[in-house]
Design a protein around this ligand. Structure first.
Ligand SMILES: C[S@@+](CC[C@H](N)C(=O)[O-])C[C@H]1O[C@@H](n2cnc3c(N)ncnc32)[C@H](O)[C@@H]1O
Length: 330
């Protein structure tokens, strides 16, 4: 089958971030079952598959169908026993957990891939004029244009502030609402022009592209990236075998906060209010963070791959429940 150009795996594929650190901390061994829940171009998967040393299996998940040709290439080149499940990772992990699936390593490498950003028609990039789309799953119901045309001024401002930390959220939201009285937003170029015109002249230079933060915020909202992560973590934990490892690479402080809080809560176990004299919930610790702090890319990695700059890697090892407590894997 001939693939359209945008779907042809190419030499300029996504460069996997914190790849050696992921490999070392996930510590995949021969015969393991690995879930790469954000397959993308399969860069991380390829390294993890090498550690399976010809025995074991890899489940690849991605909500974007354009990851599939990369998966086919991965399967051919590694020869590893592998399956591709197209879908949103929280939903797919939930289904796998419900079916009693068990795994030794799970990876979530969040956000978009370079291939998605480099396909202009996907609308992720502020650098080219294209449809204002931004859906990782092209069959999902809501595009960035829908949000920009339909959210009210206050909602737009909140999205830009919360997910983009955009200083000029209010002015940009107001400018959008004013412009859409005359025409609806269909193209990224319209949004970029509106943002440029809404912010003070000095802010148009020197802090990166003026539309960068609004585009990031819309992408997070369109794809419900934070909600998806919140739902995926408990499902991933349920799937892990005792001793199994979960690695999450995040690129946004709100994502990292979700991961950090989840790890802390699972390390603690007990959910009783702090003023209770003794535990009545009986919840046991179920994960241990290794190491305790987030891992960041080295200066050399950032120089090689500027996209890695904001990356944070956190890893948790599933701890065995005490014998006879009826825990998840008992
Ligand atoms: C940063 S890229 C992963 C790159 C990959 N690790 C590699 O080395 O090539 C993230 C991928 O995860 C997918 N993705 C992001 N969020 C997702 C979600 N909630 N459900 C399923 N796939 C998701 C995106 O479509 C994208 O292909």
């Amino acid at each position: 089958m001939m693939l359209p150009n945008a779907l042809q795996p190419s030499a300029t594929d996504h460069i996997p971030v914190l790849a050696e650190e992921v490999r070392e901390l996930l510590a995949v061994e021969r015969g393991d079952t690995v879930i790469d829940a954000t397959f993308g171009a399969g860069g991380h998967a390829e390294l993890l598959a090498a550690d399976l040393r010809g025995d074991g299996k890899l489940i690849a998940i991605d909500r974007d169908p354009s990851a599939r040709p990369y998966f086919e290439r991965f399967r051919r080149s590694t020869g590893v026993q592998a399956r591709f499940l197209r879908g949103e990772f929280a939903t797919v992990l939930g289904q796998l957990a419900a079916n009693g699936m068990k795994a030794d390593a799970i990876l979530l490498d969040l956000g978009v891939s370079s291939m998605q950003v480099d396909q202009p028609e996907r609308g992720f990039s502020y650098a080219v004029d294209a449809p204002l789309d931004m859906r990782m799953d092209p069959t999902a119901p809501t595009t960035a244009a829908d949000l920009v045309n339909e959210l009210d001024e206050r909602e737009l401002e909140t999205v830009f502030r919360r997910y983009g930390e955009e200083r000029f959220s209010r002015a940009i939201a107001r400018a959008i609402v004013r412009r859409r009285r005359d025409e609806s937003f269909e193209r990224t170029g319209q949004l970029v022009d509106t943002i440029r015109a809404a912010i003070p002249a000095p802010a148009r230079f020197g802090e990166g592209h003026p539309a960068k933060r609004v585009f990031q915020a819309l992408r997070i909202e369109v794809n419900d990236e934070l909600g998806s992560l919140e739902r995926a973590l408990p499902a991933a934990l349920e799937i892990l075998r005792p001793g199994g490892r979960l690695a999450v690479i995040s690129f946004h402080s709100l994502e990292d906060r979700i991961v950090k809080r989840f790890l802390r809560a699972q390390e603690h176990g007990c959910t009783c209010p702090p003023d209770f004299p003794l535990c009545v919930c009986g919840a046991q610790p179920s994960l241990r963070a290794v190491p305790r702090r987030a891992i960041r890319p080295t200066a050399a990695e950032v120089a090689r791959n500027p996209r890695s700059q904001s990356a944070r890697l956190r890893v948790g090892v599933k701890v065995s429940p005490p014998a006879g407590d009826g825990g998840l894997d008992a």
